[in-house]
Design a protein around this ligand. Structure first.
Ligand code: FES
Ligand SMILES: [Fe+2]
Length: 441
């Protein structure tokens, strides 16, 4: 039916502009779930969320309620959260420990951690002569077609076909390497729990905004300016003494002006992924940082340490559902709920082996910039809602991605924004290019 109504979906996407229906049409949303989110590798969670056998965490992949579970052999399974008997959700809670096996709350069918049927009450008498029996695979909980973890980050794909996780991630894999390499122990641990925000707009608006280097100094200017005023007042009182770093996290939105954002660069990769370079230079010389540096040098040696902390990344976007700020251990996962409703999970991580003060810095950024309590997040949420309202209107047919179009540089299979054009809309063009390829089916 959709195909009759929309003969050629790719006509909705041109290299420099996109039809508004791409954001507002419920039928297109359904097709996106089938052809993108329920096919590609989607982030489920981190292994440290489920340390013990039987620990589980529920997660949404496209339209599918799923659960990630630690198996008795130490491995991880991702299963459809659905009992094969009459369809009951196997786990009604968001997370927990299921014990030695899953037990459905409706009629007590039980399942191993990997989803295989364990037992059905009075199976022999109740199912004798029926086509249901222990050997029937329909009695098992359906697993995700593919599950892979990279440095503790668990992904699942609901399609048996497609690139491996590493092939899919390509260069965007640096998100996880950069985060883990900064830990003296070489790995990170998730901080329970996350913030969950439901925005009243299409999921793509969130993904586009994550690497929109043009908006921060406009959208977040008032927040940045207020923080900068306080920062200056503290500095004056301290007579040139230290101002807490947390003020800088906010004031940067006013002090890093558009021309400075243009000095950064976006590098756009296949499958819609993107890196925004230009890490804002959080390498201060305060005692906390120096203590951390010392531990890192002891672990890795001076040369490797410099390589690790020198990785020049502000943000990595793993299309279609993940935004990672690796130098500050921040991760946001996007779960589309409907054409105009999107859930974001906002997580942060602890660098294993790093001093507590370094963790407090990550927590400060989490609370001040990414949490629903901050004005930064509120600024963005207001734009998302307003964009969706405008796009749902008859005020125009197209969304413009023309900024620096035609000036992007193609290099080694990637598309880079040209020098001093960091605010190029190349990332949006790249995402929509990937979108159109996926949607062709
Ligand atoms: S629905 Fe699960 S045991 Fe009946
Ligand atoms: Fe923003």
């Amino acid at each position: 039916m959709l195909q009759e109504r929309i003969p050629d979906l790719t006509k909705y996407v041109e290299p420099d502009r996109v039809r508004r229906e791409v954001y507002t049409d419920a039928a297109i949303f359904e097709l996106e779930m089938q052809r993108i989110h329920e096919r590609v590798w989607i982030y489920c969670g981190h292994l440290s969320q489920i340390p013990k056998a039987g620990d589980y965490y529920t997660v949404q992949i496209g339209r599918q309620p799923m659960l990630m579970v630690r198996k008795s052999d130490g491995g991880v399974a991702v299963l459809h959260n659905r009992c094969p008997h009459r369809g009951n959700l196997l786990c009604g809670d968001r997370k927990g420990n299921t014990g030695d096996f899953f037990r459905c709350s409706y009629h007590a069918w039980t399942f191993e951690h990997d989803g295989r049927l364990k037992n059905i009450p009075m199976m022999d008498s109740g199912y004798k002569g029926t086509r249901l029996g222990r050997d029937n695979p329909d009695c098992n909980v359906k697993p995700a077609a593919r599950v892979e973890a990279y440095r503790g980050f668990v992904f699942a794909s609901l399609s048996a076909e497609g690139p491996s996780l590493k092939e899919f991630l390509g260069k965007s894999i640096v998100a996880f390497d950069d985060m883990c390499d900064r830990a003296p122990d070489g790995e990170v641990e998730i901080v329970p729990n996350c913030f969950r925000v439901i925005q009243h707009s299409n999921w793509k608006l969130f993904m586009e905004n994550q690497i929109d280097a043009l908006h921060p100094s406009v959208t977040h200017q008032s927040t940045g300016r207020a923080a900068h005023e306080v920062e200056k007042a503290i500095a004056k009182k301290a007579k040139g003494g230290e101002v807490p770093l947390s003020y800088h996290m906010l004031s940067a939105f006013a002090t890093v002006t558009i021309d400075k954002w243009d000095n950064f660069q976006t590098i756009n990769y296949p499958y819609g992924h993107c890196i925004l370079t230009g890490y804002m230079g959080l390498r201060p010389q305060d005692p906390d940082t120096l203590a951390y540096d010392k531990i890192m040098v002891q672990r890795y040696g001076k040369k490797r340490f410099e390589e690790i902390v020198g990785v020049n990344i502000h943000h990595v976007l793993v299309y279609p559902g993940l935004s990672v700020q690796s130098p500050l251990q921040q991760l946001r996962a996007v779960r589309p709920l409907g054409v105009d409703r999107t859930l974001t999970e906002i997580w942060h991580f602890r660098l294993k082996g790093a001093p507590e003060a370094i963790y407090r810095r990550s927590l400060a950024y989490y609370n001040l910039v990414n949490s629903p309590a901050t004005l930064i997040n509120a600024d963005d949420l207001e734009n998302f809602w307003k964009c969706h309202q405008g796009l749902a209107s008859d005020g125009g047919d197209w969304v413009s991605f023309h900024r620096h179009h035609g000036r992007d540089l193609e290099k080694d299979g990637a598309v880079e924004s040209a020098p001093n054009m960091g605010t190029s809309e190349a990332p949006m063009r790249n995402q929509m290019k990937a979108w159109a390829e996926y949607m062709r089916g």
